[in-house]
Design a binder for this molecule. Sequence first.
Ligand code: PLP
Length: 371
Amino acid sequence: MKIETIAIHAGNHTDASSKAVIQPIVMSTTFVRDEDGEFSSGYSYSRAANPNRTSLENVLAQLESGVEAAAFSSGNAAGMSVFQSLEPGTHIICPDDMYHGLRNQLKMLFAGILEFDFIDVNDSDVLNAHIKPNTGVIWIETPSNPLLKITDIKKVVSIARGRNIKVVCDNTFATPLCQQAIALGADIVMHSSTKYFGGHSDLMGGVLITAEKNDWWQKIRDIQTMGGAIPSPMDCYYLVRSIKTLPYRVRGHVHNAQLLAEFLESHPHVESVMYPGLSSHPQHEIAKVQMSGFGAMLSFTLKGGEEEAKKVVNSVKIFARATSLGGVESLIEHRASVEGPDTKTPFNLLRVSVGLEHIDDLIGDLTQAMA
Ligand SMILES: *Cc1c(COP(=O)(O)O)cnc(C)c1O
């Protein structure tokens, strides 16, 4: 099946008893046992599994061309389960511009338990130089947040293979429509489903999708069940519902993002635009090879510095001045002030999540805000 068909059908089945076309929401936390004590439905208690979560995990696994998915209550919970699954003392290599929520999680919750380095994973020499005997995972995030740097997934995988190092790819910015990280060799793909999967800025969720079922994956499954950082049946239902339109939403987002990036690049107040779909992007060629669309996140810097950047975010009328991404509404934010004191993000940088409004209105709004 093609991805549009998977998105609509792989997370749904007709209800056997009511014949409802859309799978009902099962709110029950507990399930009846057979007389012999078995659970013939396959469900016993909702922390372990719930029919709506199973359907969500089915569609997510197929969208990313993996063998199984585990759904969590947030992207951070999904990421934390990977860290928790590693033996104490394991070394993780992470990008120096890793999503700040996960970077802070490592630094504050895993210091003394895991070893980690935040480096430029796009420089093979730097990457090779940081690999140690106890390196267990190379974490990548591409395109990265907020600088939209591109990591050559195949290249990182080729360095990791043969040394028994796993590659985890945060695919949140790309979505499975734009990048199939498992097909490129990643062992596990991670998403914040709060973003494009949810798509309407009204639910939190996270997911891990695995390329193979092995002991490591089983441990992650155990952490999901025993830790209990699971999404509610309602959230699973809403995610399955939103995912049905994901392919068409992403196409619209990407279309708008390319046009907005081109507009910004030609604007006299703009110093630089970071968008992998622009030929001026330093890794545009890598993006062209490993992505089937360039995503809909972009950042740009202003010649007038932090002062002008703040003036622009305070002058927009259609864009919402807010963090996060992936919703149908466009968002703009002054990123450095979100990321905290140790940020490396330039202070004249604005990050944009390009929504599904008409592109003329988005360009018009930024035109008046930069006037
Ligand atoms: C939002 C985000 C996360 C964290 O996900 P939450 O759902 O907010 O916990 C992780 N990685 C990236 C790239 C994100 O944008």
